[in-house]
Design a binder for this molecule. Sequence first.
Ligand code: ING
Length: 317
Amino acid sequence: MARRMTLAVAQQGPVHLKDNRASVVKRLIAMLERAHSMGAEFVVFTELALTTFFPRYWMTDQSEIDAFFETSMPSNETEPLFQRARELAVGFYLGYAEKTEENGRTRRFNTSILVNRKGKIVGKYRKIHLPGHSDHLPKAPFQHLEKRYFEVGNLGFKVWRTMGANVGMCICNDRRWPETFRVLGLQAVEVVAVGYNTPTENIHHPEPAHLRMHHHLITLQANAYQNATWVLAAAKCGREDGFAMFGGSCIVAPTGEIVAQAQGEDDEVIVVDADLELGAYIKRGTFDFARHRRIEHYGLIAERTAAVAPTVDSDAD
Ligand code: ING
């Protein structure tokens, strides 16, 4: 018996340093309304949706860095988005830089929230896999300083029952790690929302440009299939003050098939009338975790961080 939910991804074009939050929120509301006009009940916005991808810049002045962070959510600038979503009864995922005080300490995270169709924040996720570096690379064409500006997330990978579905979240680089999706899969996730800002050029390891999109898509497709879940991936893309990030926003079915994909690298909405039961036969068969997983053999996954090669040469006489 199908259990239908109309799902949307709102791909976001560039946000430049000069663009203020109010102008960005106007764009988000326009995409929310377009998704709603196409029947959407849940819309996935992108990572760090309210500002440019500021980890590309080397900054040392903390007040300059903090200008990119939100100290409350919703805030005056983002309340109009919550208000419009409440009016239209559309839930959403939104990524932003979070600055908060916890146990007397200022904490900064790359965060996403899950908002239900009544405009209530029902879930929060803080990015765990922070790529890039924390030191200045003066010879690089741009920086990737997420390890400098954010702490590793401290909320784990969680799944919430909301809007009639089991919904999980992750952010950008998290999508490359199978552990992310398996931990969500072990919580019976049915919809994974992921925003990403991915530079078109790999500054650390020159590689053919086509591989960037290839790796992006295979990770989403493999993880969707291996955990029998829908995956909604929203890019921030295009050239932000000249720095290129790729698009490739898409909606992947639990079968691993891409069922909708963005065509350009600007604001663009894609929508799918999803059957949340589509993954059920996979969860009852190939990936029936209860029947087939052998956790007694998986210990290294949680015990060992870096790979350790065999020390003995098996061919030695
Ligand atoms: N961006 C990139 C991502 O994981 C990256 C960083 C690109 C890592 C390509 C490895 C290869 O898509 C963010 N923001 O994580």
